[in-house]
Ligand binder design. Structure first.
Ligand SMILES: C[S@@+](CC[C@H](N)C(=O)[O-])C[C@H]1O[C@@H](n2cnc3c(N)ncnc32)[C@H](O)[C@@H]1O
Length: 191
């Protein structure tokens, strides 16, 4: 599969994409975080963090908890590191290069997982969602946010297809929210 600049930003154009994501995807971050009900001691993982916009907001909800992030783009990794130097230095945030297809966190080690505007690019969504299910702790929560659009990549997922996908991958209490004004779909599943 060819990812293109949105799916795997690289080089100068990739950096420009990253800046655009910072500007454009502002609604997704608070909307997704609020649905995870993050607790002060949670371990939180973001998959496909792009420029790393969510980390400061997540860190404000944590005390002893930690944040982890994986993204398969070296350009995004560097941009996100630059945008979150303080959190990394404080040991609250751990970012690394990695793909959802090769998720290697220990079983039951993560309490909350979020992935925003990213699932369109996954090669095997059910396989990856099952892996996420394995690394989630008991009562852990996954939030998937996508744009609800009839164009381009965004049309790959609908409320119905996201519900089916989460149920097929073993998630319980699946809830799908449509944020009409923001044109977003947020899918929540529990371990
Ligand atoms: C459209 S950007 C969205 C970035 C950010 N979440 C946002 O909403 O602003 C998609 C991001 O997911 C990453 N990505 C895509 N497929 C991935 C995969 N299979 N594993 C890890 N990261 C992936 C890309 O490198 C890119 O940074």
């Amino acid at each position: 599969m060819k990812y293109g600049q949105a799916g795997k930003p690289h080089g100068i154009i990739g950096k420009i994409m990253g800046r655009l994501m910072e500007k454009m995807n502002g609604t997704e971050v608070p909307a997704t975080i609020s649905r995870l009900h993050i607790e002060p001691n949670d371990h939180v993982l973001e998959i496909g963090f792009g420029p790393g916009k969510s980390f400061k907001a997540i860190s404000k909800l944590l005390e002893t908890g930690k944040i982890y992030g994986i993204d398969h783009s070296e350009t995004m990794l560097q941009m996100a590191k630059k945008n979150n130097t303080k959190l990394i230095e404080e040991g609250k945030l751990n970012l690394r290069l990695g793909s959802v297809e090769e998720l290697d966190f220990a079983a039951a080690s993560i309490d909350k997982v979020l992935t925003i505007n990213c699932i369109y690019f996954w090669k095997d969504a059910v396989g990856s969602l099952k892996k996420i299910h394995t690394i989630l702790a008991e009562n852990g929560v996954l939030a998937i946010t996508v744009r609800n659009s009839k164009h381009g990549l965004n049309k790959l997922y609908t409320r119905e297809s996201l519900r089916d996908l989460l149920q097929e991958s073993g998630y319980a209490d699946v809830k799908i929210e449509l944020l009409g004004k923001e044109n977003l779909i947020i899918a929540i599943g529990k371990k």
